[in-house]
Design a protein around this ligand. Structure first.
Ligand SMILES: *Cc1c(COP(=O)(O)O)cnc(C)c1O
Length: 814
């Protein structure tokens, strides 16, 4: 892309305020954290309900970004950059993308549907890319923001586009239609009427088909409802398992070794092909791909040979623990320029070490000449401050000179034989390669070897839950997030990093050592320590942590050290006991507290807080209100007598939900972030964050009368198929969950726990489940949920979450 600012503002109908209308734009960004932002970036300051990028404009200018699309010019920024002022920056981004799309005129396949669109897109990319320079949406970038960004990545060399569109409510598709303008449409599986935000199936189909309003050809599985809403100017190209009148009639499917064989009739001829999958969804997705290949007039032999090589699509970037304290970002299934950019941004957001390494294969289908491509890749690597590049493949080896501190290998096998000499340690490593390079072998080598039980943490779900609670806050109310107990068992540092990116105001931990490890991990947010022991005060000061002070004894001890160290205005937090009777100053010592703080320069009361005993249970509503009233009264008195205006806060997660009028200046979010609500109605709006997973180690059949496990507490009443899972009470699964009380989920089915849970293992009943050794087992997550387990075990979700042992590896993904 190369556009002049002066040519862009008429397109957006923007008011131009700036001094360099001749500025050249070569990329577009919405991510203020991306290291790829530069002088030729056009930054669209999007404003959501919770995050407003206008807030970052000043920092971006300081980092050399000169061109912005904004809805208002942030304070202190006028005259410092080019501003295109519009009413709605998201709308402007969409307009810009639609304009940019109109500059190109090659076939574009638009995909929508309820299921399968990302898979069909990735498969089509694989099937068609030997013959086309394909530009496609990266991962599942299919939203109101993702689609424009995908389209803006088109360049002059591309000659086929694959873009997916996802919508959740009505009126969204029309906007995406203008941006994608498909010349060929594919409607994938449409799902049931219950999912997504539509009243019924008909409305959903009608809305989805708006993507194809001006599309000459539409591929879909024959269906009367779809027929009814296909635009009059669109030619249907249909397939079916049952209706012989369609263009492609799939008349037989049979199980072939490790896969399926499909027989179809097209233009009077019967043909067949095989795919390495057996499930119904994969069959339908493969047929969608077949239709596109037939439309492009591929011959049967090519279809057969390529279809046989279809692969499972990995849709997310995974963060894993590596050997020697490394952190791995596993993106070992694709290599194209666009997804490299995304992976590098992700690397930056996840890096735990200053040192960053990228292991990169040859890049395919860029549409550019190799010279141009690798010079662009090199620029990208430089702008992301990558310390070393390990290139694998003949082409990247030939362009080794483009990179500094680069070592290359002809192929993966050569890399593996030199592995020991590469000394991977204390660094974050992005592993990014095309499928054919089999980088999964590299990931395997670099991955820390532990047993197969992991707690998977969905970082997107955390962001989602955070935004859910943020949206409940009144303007200017600050947010503290509690990451005590290792982030409620989910992983402290990783979650703190994510929260820092989301610009929350404070972190809260229980003990000083938790805060110290966050600070050592590079966290810069202020951190309040709830339970500072007097012995830790020195360490607290040294690491710039902020103690909660809850007694006169503690205050005097802290003041003593603060004075020894000549501190001035060191931030402290005053905790009031208003009825919880755990920690805090009671009302009767407040005068003494005030006296001790009056005129004291060594410390500064940054906040005053209290904690509620019953915010989750409206049965105690009156008591809760009495706590809040006492808090207001006592804190007001302190503020008045000391003439200070600290941050006041009392609400935890349930408080945010149940006492919205008492947010004061800040709230303290805890369990809600991790996807658990104490309120069943609210639970529906939260996303599950943690999934405790394991695998089946062994399967056997136990005859009638035989027993399973210690103490023979389960005796088979029927021949029982028993699977052994390598997770036990030492991993944090309560023994009370055994003996038929609890269950795990295997292949979406419940398998009840047989007999007693052992220290490192448990046995479950899989008699009714078609499974094999090595299959995945969910111990908690979507089902059973943590709340469900807590309820049956007469405890609370907090205890279930925080009981998971540290020996269980945490794996983060988004
Ligand atoms: C743990 C804790 C919170 C958060 O509580 P949730 O119920 O998890 O939201 C808030 N404040 C204090 C003082 C806490 O100890």
């Amino acid at each position: 892309m190369s556009l002049l600012i002066k040519n862009i503002f008429p397109i957006l109908g923007a008011q131009y305020v700036g001094n360099d209308p001749e500025a050249i734009i070569d990329t577009v960004s919405i991510d203020s954290r991306s290291l790829q932002n530069g002088a030729h970036t056009l930054f669209f300051a999007l404003a959501g309900p919770n995050n407003d990028a206008h807030f970052f404009v000043k920092d971006l200018i300081a980092n050399g970004v000169c061109n912005f699309v904004v809805s208002h010019i942030p304070e202190g920024c006028a005259d410092q950059a080019n501003f295109l002022v519009v009413e709605d920056t998201l709308h402007a981004l969409q307009q810009f993308a639609a304009y940019y799309r109109s500059l190109f005129n090659f076939p574009v396949i638009g995909l929508t549907g309820s299921n399968g669109k990302t898979i069909v897109k990735e498969w089509l990319n694989f099937l068609l890319s030997p013959d086309f320079n394909v530009i496609r949406s990266p991962k599942s970038y299919n939203s109101q923001v993702g689609v424009p960004l995908s389209v803006i990545a088109i360049n002059e060399k591309h000659n086929l586009g694959l873009f997916e569109a996802g919508i959740s409510t009505i009126a969204e598709m029309e906007k995406l239609e203008k941006i994608i303008r498909p010349s060929i449409g594919i409607l994938t599986n449409i799902g049931s009427s219950h999912d997504e935000g539509f009243v019924n199936l008909e409305e959903k189909i009608k809305e989805k088909l708006l993507l194809f309003k001006h599309t000459p050809v539409l591929i879909y599985q024959k269906n009367d409802l779809v027929d009814k809403y296909v635009a009059p100017g669109t030619k249907a190209f249909t397939w079916s398992f049952v209706d012989e009148t369609v263009d492609v009639f799939v008349f037989k499917k049979e199980v072939a070794n490790q896969g399926s064989k499909l027989y179809y009739k097209y233009k009077g001829n019967s043909q067949e092909f095989t795919i390495p999958f057996q499930d119904q969804a994969s069959l339908e997705n493969a047929i969608s791909c077949l239709m596109a290949m037939l439309y492009f007039e591929y011959d049967t032999a090519t279809i057969q040979s390529r279809m046989a090589l279809l692969f499972p699509v990995e849709m997310r970037l995974k963060v894993k623990n590596g050997i020697n304290n490394c952190t791995l970002i596993d993106d070992s299934y694709s290599s194209d320029f666009q997804s490299l950019k995304i992976a590098l941004d992700f690397l930056e957001s996840q890096k735990q070490y200053q040192k960053k390494t990228v292991i990169l294969s040859d890049i395919f289908q860029s549409g550019l000449s190799n010279e141009e491509l690798y010079s662009k890749v090199s620029k990208l690597i430089v702008s992301n401050n990558i310390n070393r590049v390990i290139g694998i493949g003949k082409t990247i080896s030939a362009f080794k000179e483009q990179f500094t501190n680069c070592i290359t290998f002809e192929d993966t096998a050569q890399f593996i034989s030199s592995f020991e000499s590469l000394d991977f340690a204390n660094e974050t490593i992005l592993i990014k390669g095309a499928r054919s390079f089999q980088f999964e072998e590299i990931v395997y080598l670099l991955e820390e070897k532990t047993h197969e039980t992991v707690l998977e943490i969905n970082l997107n779900a955390i962001s989602y839950n955070l935004n859910f609670f943020k949206s409940k806050l009144k303007p200017n109310v600050k947010l503290m997030v509690m990451v005590k107990a290792f982030g409620y068992g989910s992983g402290g540092l990783e979650i703190a990093k994510l929260l820092e990116h989301h610009k929350i105001d404070y972190l809260g931990v229980a003990f000083a050592d938790e805060g110290i490890s966050l600070k050592n991990g590079g966290i810069q947010l202020p951190i309040m320590v709830l339970n500072p022991e007097n012995t830790s005060f020195s360490a607290i000061i040294q690491h710039q942590l902020e103690p909660e002070i809850y007694s006169l004894k503690g205050l005097h001890a802290f003041l003593k050290i603060a004075k020894q160290k000549n501190l001035k205005h060191f931030p402290i937090h005053i905790k009031l006991d208003t009825g919880m009777h755990r920690l805090g100053f009671e009302e009767n010592v407040i005068d003494e507290l005030i006296a001790a703080l009056k005129g004291e320069e060594a410390v500064e009361v940054r906040s005053i807080l209290s904690h509620m005993a019953t915010s989750d249970d409206l049965k105690h509503y009156d008591f809760a209100v009495s706590q809040i009233e006492l808090f207001d009264k006592v804190s007001s008195k302190i503020m008045k007598e000391l003439a200070i205006t600290p941050i006041r806060h009392i609400l935890n997660t349930s408080g945010i939900s149940n006492f919205p009028d008492f947010q004061f200046d800040m709230v303290r979010l805890g369990i809600g972030l991790y996807g658990v609500s104490n309120d069943a109605a609210e639970q529906k709006y939260l996303e599950n964050v943690g999934t405790l997973k394991s695998v089946i180690s062994q399967i056997r059949t136990v005859p009638v009368g035989q027993s399973v496990g210690y103490g023979r507490r389960f005796v088979a009443q029927r021949p029982t198929t028993v699977a052994t899972i390598p997770i036990g009470y030492a991993d944090g699964v309560s023994r009370a969950w055994g003996n038929g009380v609890g269950f795990v989920t295997i292949k979406d089915k419940k398998a009840s726990i047989l007999g007693s849970i052992c220290m490192d293992m448990m046995m479950v009943d899989v008699t009714e489940i078609d499974c094999t050794e090595g299959d995945a087992v969910v111990v908690f997550g979507e089902s059973p949920t943590v709340s469900e387990i807590a309820h049956k075990l007469h405890t609370i979700p907090y205890e279930i979450l925080t009981s998971i042992s540290q020996r269980v590896k945490r794996v983060f993904y988004r």
